[in-house]
Ligand binder design. Structure first.
Ligand SMILES: NC(=O)CC[C@H](N)C(=O)O
Length: 253
């Protein structure tokens, strides 16, 4: 099984490294025609406005939209999630082009600016039921988006209770605070809609490979390309992963 990883900008190398650890080849996608050689795609985190400009320059948008429309599995992480959303708010002036397909509205910098990036455990019941392991996942949120609204077809896979000490100060989030009288707010940070998966955080920056494994199974079901034996289950065959709860950010190895 070969998984495409959009390699215009951002953490594509880290995704390819995780795939390698799971015994799966990840190939860089930089041009529209390269999408013909893969049956699933990861759109990494990075900076969505820059990524959109590069995608436009390389004439990738029509091919990416076609890929999504054909029902091929696509996973967007962070900026990738923004790319996949039907609607994004908090965009730079003039907005930015989106691939779309995922029936949701995201706030581009929901948690504030770069220095308000953080790590937190998010609740992941569906992931734990499919992949085993703990009911929480260590989310690395780097100037992360959040999902504000989802359509009826969208399954919520993870949410995060924003604690009161993380009340946000940046101008991009002021309107969110004003709308809510209580400072605590449960926000959606991972969703699935058919063959589309979106996470607001960066699973490729942790040692826990369950989201990758989950996506590979989605890709296998649609493309018939992944046998479950080609996917290393977390905590089973890789002894290093038994220590995953102790490892926060070793990441790119
Ligand atoms: N880590 C990320 O991918 C950050 C995404 C960023 N908020 C954006 O607008 O693109």
């Amino acid at each position: 099984m070969v998984v495409g990883v959009l390699a215009l900008q951002g953490s594509f190398n880290e995704h390819i490294a995780v795939l390698r650890r799971l015994g799966v080849k990840g190939v860089e996608i930089k041009k529209p025609e390269q999408l013909d050689n893969v049956s699933s795609l990861i759109i990494p985190g990075g900076e969505s406005t820059t990524m959109a400009k590069l995608a436009e320059f390389h004439k990738l948008f029509p091919a990416l939209r076609e890929f999504v429309k054909m029902g091929k599995p696509v996973w967007g992480t962070c900026a990738g999630l923004i790319f996949l959303a039907d609607k994004a708010v908090g965009q730079k002036q003039g907005g930015q082009e989106l691939v779309g397909g995922l029936d949701c509205t995201v706030h581009r910098n929901f948690f504030g600016s770069q220095i308000q990036s953080f790590e937190a455990d998010v609740s992941v019941p569906e992931l734990a039921s499919k992949e085993g392991g703990p009911e929480t996942f260590r989310g690395v949120f780097i100037r992360a988006p959040a999902i504000l609204e989802v359509g009826p077809e969208v399954e919520v896979l993870a949410d995060y209770l924003v604690p009161s000490n993380k009340v946000l100060y940046s101008s991009s989030t002021v309107e969110i605070q004003e709308e809510n009288s209580t400072p605590e707010k449960k926000v959606i940070v991972a969703v699935k809609q058919g063959s589309l998966l979106g996470t607001a955080f960066h699973p490729e920056l942790t040692a826990d490979t369950r989201w990758h494994s989950y996506f590979l199974k989605m890709a296998g079901e649609v493309g018939g390309g992944a046998s479950s034996s080609s996917i290393v289950a977390v905590g089973e065959e890789d002894p290093g992963l038994n220590q995953q709860s102790k490892i926060d950010l070793p990441v790119f190895q």
